[in-house]
Ligand binder design. Structure first.
Ligand code: NI
Length: 193
C-alpha cells in the first residue's frame, strides 16, 4: 500500500521517535514503506515521513549505482544496498567532510549541498531482528546519515548555511502550506490555497 508522504512543516517530522519492540508489526510497515519509496523514486524513507514517530528507516541506493565519479566498488556496493534499519544507533562518524547535493521526499523540488563526514559506523536490527554493526562510506553512508537525521527530527535544510537556508525559505513555506503539486501522494499539516 502506498502511504502518503508527510511534507515539510508537519509536526511529526520533528517529533521525538521511539524504539519499537519485536512484536511491532514491521512486516506490513516495511512492505508499505518500500512501495511508498519506490513510487516516489526515492533512495531512502524514514518512518516519520509516513507519520510514524518510530526509529525505523529503509534504504535502496541502487539508483545511485550508475552515478558519475564513483568507483566500480562503490557502484557495486550501492547496487545491493537495500536495507531495513530498526532501532539504529550511529556509533561513530569519521573521515573527511564532503559536500553532496541532497533532496528529500518530504521536501520536493528543494535541493542543497550538505556537508557530512565520509564514513559511518551504525548498529541496528535488520528486518529479521538480527543485531548488526556495520561501516559504510560514501553515498551509502550519506543515505544512512540523511535517514538517521529523520528519526532524530533533523531535516537537511537545518544543515545548510544560513544564507542558503534563507534562499530556500520561500519554497519551504510553500511546502508547509501544501501549495505544491507533488508527483506522489503527500500529506501536509495545513493546505492553504
Ligand atoms: Ni529525507
Amino acid at each position: 500500500m502506498i502511504l502518503p508522504i508527510v511534507g515539510y512543516g508537519h509536526p511529526v517530522l520533528r517529533q521525538e521517535t521511539e524504539e519499537i519492540a519485536e512484536d511491532y508489526p514491521t512486516k506490513e510497515l516495511i512492505k508499505n514503506m518500500f512501495e511508498t519509496m519506490y513510487n516516489a523514486s526515492g533512495v531512502g524513507l524514514a518512518a516519520p515521513q509516513v507519520a510514524l514517530a518510530i526509529r525505523v528507516f529503509i534504504v535502496d541506493g541502487s539508483p545511485f549505482a550508475d552515478m558519475e565519479d564513483i568507483t566500480k566498488e562503490e557502484s557495486k556496493e550501492l547496487e545491493s544496498f537495500k536495507k531495513v534499519f530498526i532501532n539504529p544507533i550511529i556509533l561513530e562518524e569519521k573521515g573527511e567532510e564532503w559536500a553532496f547535493e541532497e533532496g528529500c521526499l518530504s521536501i520536493p523540488g528543494v535541493n542543497a549541498d550538505v556537508i557530512r563526514k565520509e564514513t559511518v559506523v551504525i548498529e541496528y536490527y535488520d528486518e529479521n531482528w538480527v543485531l548488526k554493526e556495520e561501516t559504510y562510506s560514501g553515498l551509502a553512508a550519506r543515505i544512512i546519515q540523511h535517514e538517521y537525521d529523520h528519526i532524530e527530527g533533523v531535516l537537511f535544510p537545518d544543515l545548510v548555511s544560513p544564507l542558503k537556508k534563507k534562499f530556500l525559505s520561500k519554497k519551504l513555506t510553500k511546502i508547509s502550506n501544501g501549495k505544491i503539486d507533488p508527483a506522489y501522494k503527500m500529506k501536509f499539516s495545513k493546505r492553504v490555497r
